[in-house]
Write a protein that binds this ligand. Sequence first.
Ligand code: ADP
Ligand code: MG
Length: 404
Amino acid sequence: MRVIGLMSGTSYDAIEAAAADIALEGDTLVMRPLGRVSTQYSEALRGAITAALPPAATSTEVVCALDTGIGQAFAEAAVLAQRELCDGRADLVVSHGQTMHHWVEDGVVRGTLQLGQPAWIAEATGLPVVSDLRSRDVAAGGQGAPLVGLTDTLLLCGLPGVPAALNLGGIANITVVAPDADPVAFDTGPANALLDAAVRHFTAGAAAYDESGRGAAAGTVSPVLLSRLLDEPYYRLPAPKSTGKELFHLPYLLAALEDVPTPDHHDVLATLTRLTAVTVAGACRAQGVTQLAVSGGGAHNPVMMRMIAEELPEVRLLSSDDLGVPSDAKEALAFAVLGFLTVHGLPGTLPSTTGARHASVLGSITPGRGPLRLPEPAAVAPRTLRVAGAGAPGDEPPAACATA
Ligand SMILES: Nc1ncnc2c1ncn2[C@@H]1O[C@H](COP(=O)(O)OP(=O)(O)O)[C@@H](O)[C@H]1O
Ligand SMILES: [Mg+2]
């Protein structure tokens, strides 16, 4: 089945569309990536998203306009992927949409809202669309995030030691697959969310992020500011847990800077980059991680990567690409896998990774142009994921993994 995955993360820097041929062979999920295309929101839409994100108040009129605008932007990305990556022949689109609110109270997720009306995608591509993948896990008592837990687990299981996958988006999340233990996944805290907010603030919007970590490289970490930021109780909550820009936003950073005035902007960027490294490292140490496959935009920031390496001298750092999954396409491909599982009647979550009462078949399905024809429900759930055309370090397909 040829599947297009669409993703825009909390950074909303771009809509990533990745395509893959996915098949279930026995209990092995075989994925052949077909490439990735990336599109931008228009200035106006990006501005409207910024203006509506927490802690701002908004209106249902704005939410309606955003749902339409984001749906149309995702539809354009899907059409581009259909044409450029799939020779016009795809079977399914899976759309994450744009998270506008992840509602967490006392560590419990009460709701999560991704906008991007799937009807626009179905209308533009003629294909069925799986969307709203997080809500079902929330309804089953889970965090609804990180949802890459199952895909990561299928990819990592069987690798030597205690392998983990780390995605450095707006928020950082890890999945840890220790032998003889249930997989664990959670958001460690901000990866780029506070850093991007600081850069936008200091440059009055002229820059959106700390390109190649140059700003952080020019600064010095402030131990006092770092310690103030590390006081955040989120870091001490037990997993499973998830967070978002509802917590880690510009006013949050400005409050810390009021407590610890830090005149040099570069020092603030250095400190925020170190904060990401320290919180990621703390999570990895607590889980006994021995090798870490990194993906997401933060992997392009050499200062962030160096700081993570400094904090974790004993851990082998690799790129998601080394496991055959292109770093910038990883989340979009993970959602393509989740949609594939949904249309085959298979759950897309592991209770140990999201904290749900049980695993769930995820999402809502919007029919395409023709009648909705779903494949026969799969008899066997996958126990491992093989990326076609990629030799993983660790190599031969693992025998069995803890995905119960
Ligand atoms: N060349 C780069 N140098 C420094 N940071 C980068 C670079 N490229 C991307 N980033 C960071 O990665 C973020 C986007 O990462 P991404 O994985 O797309 O996150 P999300 O899933 O939240 O959209 C940007 O906002 C920026 O902070
Ligand atoms: Mg992004």
